[in-house]
Design a protein. Structure first.
Length: 391
């Protein structure tokens, strides 16, 4: 769901405006399950947002004419998610969750508000209240609230704005540094888990490199920072991102290293590799696949870069560069090469964000390793910590 905040891809801007709508606390829910969202430009107008066959629709011109998720749909989704995770609700029977009572093991339980940010259940048979045991039982806050903050951050909202929004709207005080600690801790666990998965790929890889500001933990004078190269590799059909590596230089050794990383994640050998005409790629590809039999080594397709890219076929790599470039600009650079923000962005791109070119699926779903359920961050985190505990 993270998209560029540029004119070429305005979904990120829609999400930012959705936060503004949400902060006004002006969304109302009807008895039929639909929502009324006021217009930002005309106080006399409002739009109807509803969920039809697992698809959010809106009566606004942006949705009707462009067929894309508008800011009103995003605002409703944000409100539902945040209220579900941080506000106490009236007791309701749990059906699909099938939570078993800790005392009598009955599944006739109902939700009964929150305590310290965690969901409380009440058994209808033994009448006792309990909190469900989980991999997150030592946490002060509900794990779903944690994943909401992760999701909002990788959608493009700053740490301080997330902290301020939770305080203003829900009276929950979470320092922005705490949110960063969650990113640092849980992105590492999720990254280790997803590297154990084997995606089903088309075998046609696209690669390109770009400048990013990465200060490598050194406090520099002024605000310029230090620019380095970020290499991105993704599969053509699934759009699955295979590597996102930083290097100080752009030579054959750096190219070889990024292809070796992509091989480890793909667990397969590509048929073709498409790149621009940078001189580092031919030797980098050759040395990265030197252990592969000659007839199985990938063929290398070198195309023009820049304005001619769309015509000659490496626009996929250029497109993902633009996604990273816009996010890195908002973050004002990375403080270190191995920042969790880089891996977190890659996880978000592959496992959480649906792509319009993939008919609303994530690259991971197309590659056969996608997460089920609405909260994909939470599913990823549960599986990551379960794997970590087994090891």
């Amino acid at each position: 769901m993270v998209e560029d905040m540029s004119q070429n891809n305005p979904s990120g801007t829609r999400m930012t405006r959705a936060i503004s709508i949400l902060e006004n606390n002006s969304i109302t829910e009807s008895k039929d399950g639909s929502f009324t969202v006021p217009s930002q430009s005309n106080s006399e107008l409002s739009y109807r947002v509803e969920l039809l066959r697992d698809k959010w629709v809106c009566s606004c011109p942006d949705f009707q004419f462009r067929g894309v998720i508008c800011k009103h749909c995003y605002a409703v989704q944000f409100q539902i998610a945040l209220k579900q995770f941080v506000q106490a609700k009236k007791p309701s029977v749990v059906a699909e969750d099938a939570v078993a009572c800790k005392f009598c093991e009955s599944i006739r339980v109902m939700r009964c508000g929150y305590k310290s940010g965690k969901q409380v259940f009440k058994c209808k048979d033994c009448r006792r209240k309990f909190v469900e045991d989980s991999l997150f039982k030592r946490l002060k806050y509900d794990p779903e609230l944690i994943t909401v903050t992760l999701d909002l951050y990788f959608k493009g909202i700053s740490l301080r704005k997330i902290s301020d929004h939770l305080k203003q709207m829900y009276e929950i005080e979470i320092n922005f540094s705490t949110i960063y600690k969650w990113i640092d801790k849980y992105v590492a666990a999720m990254d280790a888990y997803v590297r154990t998965l084997t995606p089903k790929l088309s075998g046609d890889w696209h690669v390109d490199e770009m400048y990013v500001k990465a200060r490598n933990g050194i406090k520099l004078q002024g605000s310029e920072g230090q620019y380095k190269y970020l290499w991105n590799i993704l599969d053509k059909e699934s759009r699955f991102q295979l590597a996102s590596e930083i290097s100080k230089t752009r030579n054959e050794l750096d190219a070889r290293n990024v292809f070796k990383t992509a091989r480890e994640i793909a667990k397969s050998i590509p048929k073709t590799i498409t790149s621009d005409k940078a001189g580092c790629y031919p030797m980098g590809i050759e040395t990265a696949f030197l252990d592969v039999r000659e007839e199985l080594r990938p063929s290398h397709n070198r195309v023009l870069s820049g304005a001619a890219t769309k015509k000659h076929g490496n626009q996929l790599a250029e497109r993902i560069n633009n996604t990273v470039r816009e996010r890195n600009k908002v973050q004002r650079g990375w403080k270190k090469d191995n920042t969790p923000l880089r891996n977190g962005q890659m996880i978000y791109y592959n496992f959480v964000r649906p792509h319009t070119t993939l008919e609303g699926k994530t690259p991971a779903q197309v590659a056969g390793i996608g997460m089920e359920g609405q909260n994909k961050w939470l599913e990823l985190l549960k599986k990551a910590l379960a794997t970590e505990n087994r090891n």
